[in-house]
Design a protein around this ligand. Structure first.
Ligand code: BDP
Length: 594
């Protein structure tokens, strides 16, 4: 799952731009062979969600078709050609020149399909995709959950089991790319620190046939070129970098790693990666980056913006990283799904630490074994795909396998503050499997889940770092900030006594409507938001076991309609358009932003 790259031996052709688009509410497309091309279509932009590009598609969550034509460059003949779909939310089927080339389940993660045999070279090729985004209980994230804690309680439209708009469609670029027949199939980089030296372990997998190879590591004190020795199709190498420059938020130094495959001394494939030498670990109450304690300051975010919806928006990524620096943040969580490759590359370059989350938000365990099993399978697939995609990013320090999973008696527990015995065994088995899978695939990073208020402690006990989302002073103790803060303090002490691990508050915050003010602070005013954040920051400052604070949310974002949301979730410290609220200035002062 290497990100497509353009160089002298590999090619890419970005198919972003205008595509033909047609809704298929009656689901007749396959029968009528729309995969040969669309009639009566309209123009849509890719990447971008379909929901905000037209008025009649805002709440449409069914089947829709995308099509466009492209020439395959003649110079690519003899190579193996693939199409990479960055994200199709939620199910996609793909045809090239009328032939089905593959399908994929799950939004927010890329998939690659080989199309070499199906291409024509002397006239345009047609690529057609059928994308469907129905909200279903067996999907991840789930929707239309019968008796779901969200839907039933709050009455939301669309009926998601999560609190963000279910944007649909081709939300990230579609890239056609070609690679040599004998090629670098995968690269895995793991780094360690020994004294002042860095150890860079590289595993290169090749495919398609025999080849020799070399690797060049460039950067401060890097040794330069080393030969690759393949055993079977894998070459493992450990490179010592004396007095290495370690990657960190203060100094996000990247080394350049280039891998070259050769046959009779001739380069036949080449792949380059930016890598950071760093370690991440937990020791007693502390989170350690490069062996030293680090405190996470940052946010839960969303990929959300007017008109683009959840679609890739490169200027917005640049803007958001500039604002993260401005406010003094050093980290964020990709709540509640994997973000674009582009966002992850920026994190490496800008020195922002990432808690990388799969789309497992709104999981519940009340709808029978078969539904639970189907969601488990999807979560496992998401974990495999996410780790395959993001394993080489130094910025990624932790994997999150879920956000606020709900035990069976959630509403009772939530309103009562969690006094009852947990009915959490189905979830315990479920998460044990996910934690085990993540640790087997990547033993070098930490694993967590973000726990809901009143959620079972045994789920938190599985985490390397305990992550909790807390709204005492907002959803409970409403209007009573001091009571909320006192409750928070007691709860954190209790959790720490029980678990003896570092704790990150991965969500806390209050909605505020820009320009709404009151003294003394009342809910929904800018003052109330500031005062709630202040109390949480103050409590955390007194607790040495708190390893980080992620404010909910970086910016206001669109949600389904409900009585509890005024069009947007307004817990952003920036507006949806990225203008600072009072809370942003407050955090900047506390976090020493530039
Ligand atoms: C938590 C969720 C998050 C919501 C947030 C809120 O993790 O997705 O948006 O609360 O209520 O329950 O604002």
């Amino acid at each position: 799952m290497l990100y497509p790259q353009q160089n002298d031996l590999r090619n890419t052709l970005d198919l972003s731009g205008f595509w033909d688009f047609r809704l298929d509410a009656g689901e007749v497309g396959e029968q009528e062979e729309w995969f040969n091309g669309l009639k009566a279509s309209r123009i849509i932009a890719v990447p971008g969600s379909w929901n905000e590009q037209f008025q009649d598609t805002r709440d449409y969550l069914g089947v829709a078709w995308y099509a466009r034509q492209f020439y395959a460059p003649k110079g690519w003949q003899g190579q193996s050609t693939w199409v990479r779909i960055g994200s199709a939310n939620y199910v996609a089927k793909v045809w090239v020149n009328g032939i089905q080339v593959g399908e994929h389940l799950g939004g927010y993660l890329p998939f690659d399909l080989e199309v070499t045999r199906h291409l024509v070279w002397d006239r345009p090729n047609t690529i057609v995709m059928r994308v469907e985004n129905k909200l279903q209980p067996t999907r991840v994230p789930p929707g239309n959950v019968p008796r779901g804690p969200f839907g039933a309680f709050m009455g939301r439209y669309p009926n998601t089991n999560f609190d963000f708009f279910p944007y649909a469609g081709l939300q990230r670029p579609v890239i056609l790319y070609s690679v040599p027949p004998v090629r670098i199939q995968d690269v895995t980089v793991v780094t360690e620190i020994e004294g002042g030296d860095g150890i860079v372990r590289v595993a290169v997998a090749r495919s398609g046939g025999e080849a020799e190879g070399r690797l060049c590591l460039a950067g401060e004190h890097a040794p330069g070129t080393c030969a690759l020795k393949f055993v079977g199709d894998v070459a493992d190498l450990a490179i010592r970098v004396p007095k290495a420059r370690f990657w960190s938020p203060e100094d996000p130094y990247l080394y350049n790693l280039e891998i070259v495959l050769t046959q009779q001394g001739q380069a036949i494939d080449r792949y380059a990666l930016e890598i950071g030498i760093r370690t991440i670990a937990v020791r007693r109450d502390a989170l350690l980056l490069n062996g030293k304690p680090i405190f996470l300051k940052g946010f839960g975010k969303h990929e959300d913006f007017p008109v683009h919806g959840g679609g890739l928006d490169v200027p917005l990524i640049v803007k958001d990283y500039a604002l993260l620096k401005w406010i003094g943040a050093n980290s964020y969580r990709t709540s509640h799904y994997p973000y674009s490759d582009e966002a992850m590359m920026m994190a490496d370059r800008e020195g922002i630490l990432i808690i990388d989350e799969i789309p497992a938000v709104g999981l519940s365990f009340e709808d029978g074994e078969e539904n639970i099993r189907l969601r488990l399978e999807q979560c496992k697939q998401d974990i495999r795909e996410l780790i395959a995609r993001d394993k080489n990013h130094p910025s990624v320090i932790m994997w999150s396998v879920a956000n606020e999973p709900m035990p069976a008696d959630m509403m009772k527990r939530f309103l009562g503050g969690g006094a009852e015995a947990p009915s959490s065994s189905a979830g315990t088995t479920f998460f044990a499997k996910l934690f085990q899978l993540v640790r087997a695939l990547d033993p070098t990073r930490l694993v967590t889940l973000a726990g809901v208020m009143g959620g079972p402690v045994e789920w938190l006990a599985m985490c390397d770092v305990v992550c909790v989302n807390r709204y005492w002073g907002w959803y409970t103790q409403s209007g009573q900030l001091d009571a909320g803060a006192a409750f928070l303090e007691r709860e954190l002490d209790g959790l720490h006594d029980a678990l003896k691990k570092p704790i990150i508050i991965t969500e806390f915050g209050a909605d505020s409507i820009v320009g709404l003010h009151s003294d003394p602070p009342e809910m929904w005013t800018e003052e109330y938001q500031v005062e709630m954040l202040r109390r949480y920051l103050d409590v955390a400052q007194r607790k040495p076991f708190i390893a980080g604070l992620h404010v909910w949310n970086f910016a206001d974002f669109k949600t389904p309609q409900s009585t509890s949301r005024s069009w947007l979730n307004r817990k952003g410290v920036f507006t949806r358009e990225r203008q600072p609220k009072m809370a942003a200035y407050f955090l900047r002062e506390r976090w020493g932003g530039k």
